[in-house]
Design a protein around this ligand. Structure first.
Ligand code: NAP
Length: 306
């Protein structure tokens, strides 16, 4: 007979990995599925300095520690991207291109993915000067000039990371004030090799075989100008990875999963954790907290429906 897991966790970021610890420690049979690499956005984060207990830790290091920890109490791990979810009474059936899994409960912890600018040159020069990951690609730009697009936490944090490697970072932001936390703003303003271009949006990225510049427009004066640069790092926000859950009717207008304080969705036995959830604060620590709460809710659900 096909195995029916007590809990399947979709996504191995900090939310999913914490849910794995709490679920398996509560003696549930747990499978965690991940389509890429365990770690989620931590893998593309230079330094994390606001996760309790770690004054400073690199994102990939924390991801590795969490992954090892997540398997300690018996959680099984497998690679796979869920392509369909269906139901047989109370049992949830999750399909990947090669496998079919069954579970009594499911935690959606699929996180978010980088939003694209959608301008000419962006896809053409992807990995040829256009990047969404300073940690992965920053080293290629040693002593060169790069631009960072965006004004949120990610843009400013990664601009700070890049400023320690490259010659000059120019942050291009569509307004005249940053969205990022004040502490990050202050650090960026203090850096002598970080410059700002305000009230401007990118309109195209150009070059021959790799990026040589970016064309921008001032949104107030409408003036168009060209900036020479070796690299364009894009940090304009994230989109929830929820396309396959749309048919379940559990998403808000932006695609985030709606839940109550127990992280239950309106479908019995389906829970949500981490950045993919409709909520205000998206941090590693809040993702981990969601993981614990959702796993506890899944545990109660599995026990109750025995
Ligand atoms: P975000 O907070 O949504 O910021 C996106 C930035 O890109 C905003 O400044 C936005 O401008 C700009 N933008 C959006 N669309 C644009 C477009 N089409 N063209 C040009 N600019 C555009 O996204 P994020 O920085 O990726 O952060 C995502 C979440 O993770 C947030 O909740 C954040 O707090 C969290 N996070 C936290 C940390 C940390 O605590 N250290 C680090 C990274 C991320 P406007 O400001 O004008 O809207």
């Amino acid at each position: 007979m096909e195995k029916v897991y007590d809990l399947i966790i979709i996504g191995a970021g900090p939310a999913g990995m914490t849910a794995a610890i709490y679920g398996s420690r509560a003696n549930l049979s747990v499978l965690m599925l991940e389509k890429k690499f365990p770690g989620g956005q931590m893998l593309s984060t230079g330094e994390i300095e606001n996760y309790t207990g770690y004054e400073e830790v690199s994102g990939p290091d924390l991801a590795e520690k969490m992954f090892e920890h997540s398997k300690k109490f018996g959680t099984e791990f497998s690679f796979g991207e869920i392509t369909n979810i269906s139901f047989e009474d109370n049992i949830k059936i999750l399909e990947t291109s090669t496998n079919k899994y069954k579970a009594k409960s499911v935690i959606i912890a699929t996180g978010t993915e980088a939003r694209l600018l959608g301008i000419p040159g962006e896809t053409e020069f992807s990995s040829k000067g256009v990047s969404y990951c300073a940690v992965c690609d920053g080293a290629f730009y040693r002593n060169k000039n790069v631009v960072v697009i965006g004004g949120g936490d990610s843009a400013v944090e990664e601009a700070l990371y890049l400023s320690n490697i490259v010659n000059k970072v120019t942050i291009i932001h569509r307004r005249d004030e940053l969205r990022a936390q004040k502490i990050l703003q202050e650090r960026a303003f203090e850096k002598s090799n970080i410059e700002f271009i305000w009230d401007s949006i990118p309109i195209s990225i150009f070059g021959e075989r790799k990026v040589s510049g970016i064309e921008i427009q001032n949104v107030k004066t409408k003036e168009v100008s060209k900036i020479e640069t070796d690299g364009v790092f894009i940090y304009i926000g994230m989109n929830p990875q929820t396309a396959i859950f749309k048919k379940l009717g559990i998403l808000d207008e932006y695609g985030y999963v709606i839940s109550n304080e127990h992280l239950e969705t309106k479908i019995q036995g389906i829970f949500v954790a981490g950045d993919v959830r409709q909520k205000e604060i998206r941090q590693v620590v809040t993702a981990a907290s969601d993981g614990a709460i959702s796993a506890q809710s899944a545990y109660k659900y599995v026990e109750f429906t025995k």
